[in-house]
Design a protein around this ligand. Structure first.
Ligand SMILES: Nc1ncnc2c1ncn2[C@@H]1O[C@H](COP(=O)(O)OP(=O)(O)OP(=O)(O)O)[C@@H](O)[C@H]1O
Ligand SMILES: [Mg+2]
Length: 511
């Protein structure tokens, strides 16, 4: 009897379980059925973009781009009344975005889209470390199912691109410099390899004194590069471009880099090659640079001797005289260690510019500067590596007019004669734009006319010096004749020129 009761109990429990399971299955079937009917009746599709995606500790790039895109959209015509503003550390202006529960209507090639931001509670109970994390934000966009493919393939990529552009425009530019490898840490790799400061250089192309046609050519080239993503993909090239800036000191190479960064809205990575021990370190530094940036290697001819560094050491050791077998062995070991430690080679640098590694990341400009183009290895500057060679030259008349306008706010029509004289002199002597610019700094005592007078005096001195140097042999006594020198401007001359003037005057007296 007791056994029968037991079996009866098990039987009813099983029957209860089966009923529960059937109900649950029916419920999910019912749910599926409701979804099917509503999908049939409702022609609209929704896409949800959560704030924290797969990399749960980082805001999703997609979400951030949408946020920027929508804020920009609302700015344009004030279509949303409830906004909120946040100031992030690397932003110039507060980032204004659409507040939750606000609908924004957008159109794209005939399709209408309804966007809104909202929050929801996470489905699972997870312990989180982010502040204010109980609710998760998301953006949701709804559109007619007829446009499904169109929206996924064209509209969403368009939103991402535009959103990123808005972010780049609003972002405070940064100037990075590489740290010595002894300071690198594995915990915060990105921050320990490069340190940065805010980049606030006022240089613009308009301020650069150089041939206007050359300036336009550079601007066109930069614009073509910026717009060239599809073109680079089509021809199978990494999206990067190299510029070689060469010319004497003070001709504006560094200023050109700053102007380029401002023109392109890019960050600058100023790579100090002397702090890089070997090719591996160079590669690591390169990988940690971001897109939309200019990587600069200044004075490439003297940063590091890319070919002779190790050979010189060996030669020095050889010179130190005869050695015992023991000493020779020790020396060989030392040399091997040195080779490993200091293996920053030309091929490493070439690889960094256009090897396979150079294709990681995109939209990067690489700039080399040098005072002596001839000293560089041909391989380093061939087209494809350095695509455009830009000569920054001594100040000629066209460049002078730009400086006169920038520094003194004057044109050739106001100081016709003085400009004419400067024109003639600049054709005959070499003075760097930096030097000319120094002469054009107005002071309380010195107005625009006086600045030009001093410049003319100095140019005449340079010309006299040049002529006498051309006329005499190295052993001849120096004899410089300075015509029309106005003694009243002497205190305003810069120290080097006063020096030359004094040498000139003494020499003239002697002769
Ligand atoms: N072409 C130029 N146009 C306008 N200003 C210039 C130009 N060249 C030089 N200057 C002025 O001189 C300063 C120094 O120039 P800059 O540092 O750019 O020269 P550089 O060519 O980089 O010299 P170096 O070879 O010594 O590094 C600039 O900050 C700017 O004020
Ligand atoms: Mg420089």
């Amino acid at each position: 009897m007791a056994t029968n009761d037991l079996w009866a109990g098990i039987g009813s429990a099983l029957a209860f379980l089966i009923t529960l399971t059937t109900m649950a299955m029916n419920q999910s079937r019912i749910k599926l059925l409701i979804n099917k009917i509503s999908a049939y009746l409702n022609p609209y599709i929704q896409i949800t973009i959560p704030e924290y995606g797969a990399e749960s500790f980082k805001r999703s790039d997609f979400f951030v781009a949408i946020e920027a895109y929508l804020s920009n959209l609302c700015h344009q015509d004030g279509r949303v009344r409830k906004l909120k503003a946040e100031l992030e550390s690397d932003m110039q202006k507060p980032q204004v975005s659409v507040d939750d529960d606000q609908e924004i209507v957008d159109t794209f090639k005939g399709a209408t889209l309804w966007w809104y931001a909202d929050t929801e509670l996470p489905k699972t109970t997870v312990i989180t470390y982010r502040a204010g994390d109980e609710k998760r934000r998301f953006y949701r966009v709804a559109f007619h199912k007829r446009f499904h493919k169109h929206i996924v393939n064209d509209y969403l990529p368009y939103v991402i691109k535009n959103g990123r552009d808005v972010i780049a425009k609003n972002r405070q530019h940064r100037l990075f410099t590489n740290n010595a490898s002894s300071q690198w840490s594995s915990y915060n790799r990105e921050k320990s390899l490069w340190s940065h400061v805010e980049f606030r250089h006022p240089a613009k192309f308009d301020m650069l004194a150089m041939d206007p046609a050359k300036k336009d050519e550079i601007k066109d080239d930069l614009n073509a590069f910026k717009m060239g993503k599809d073109y680079y993909a089509k021809v199978g090239k990494a999206w990067k471009r190299g510029y070689l800036l060469f010319g004497p000191p003070g001709t504006g190479k560094s200023m050109m880099i700053a102007a380029m960064a401002n023109f392109m809205d890019y960050d600058i990575y100023d790579m100090e090659l002397t702090a890089v021990k070997n090719n591996t370190e160079l590669r690591k530094l390169f990988i940690e640079t971001k897109g939309k940036s200019i990587i600069v290697l200044e004075d490439i001819d003297c940063s590091v001797d890319l070919t002779g560094k190790r050979t010189d050491k060996k030669k020095a050791r050889k010179k130190s005289g005869d050695q015992s077998d023991m000493a020779t062995m020790r020396q060989k070991e030392d040399e091997k260690k040195d080779d490993e430690d200091s293996k920053l080679t030309l091929s490493g640098v070439l690889n960094f510019i256009d090897g396979l590694w150079s294709a990681c990341g995109e939209e990067r400009i690489i700039i080399f500067t040098t005072n002596y183009k001839d000293k560089l290895d041909e391989a380093l500057i061939r087209p494809g590596r350095m695509d455009m060679h830009i000569e920054m030259s001594y100040c000629r008349y066209e460049a002078f007019k730009v400086l006169a306008h920038n520094y003194l706010d004057i044109s050739e029509y106001q100081f016709f004669e003085l400009f004419g004289e400067i024109h003639r002199l600049l054709d005959q002597v070499d003075m760097s734009p930096a030097d000319v610019a120094e002469h054009l700094i107005r002071t309380e005592k010195k107005d625009a006319g006086a600045c030009l007078q001093v410049l003319i005096q100095d140019l005449k001195i340079l010309k006299a010096k040049k002529n006498s140097a051309a006329d005499c042999h190295p052993q001849d006594p120096i004899s410089i004749v300075v015509p029309d020198l106005n003694p009243t401007v002497l205190p305003d001359l810069n120290p080097t020129v006063i020096n030359i003037f004094e040498v000139a005057r003494d020499s003239t007296l002697e002769s």
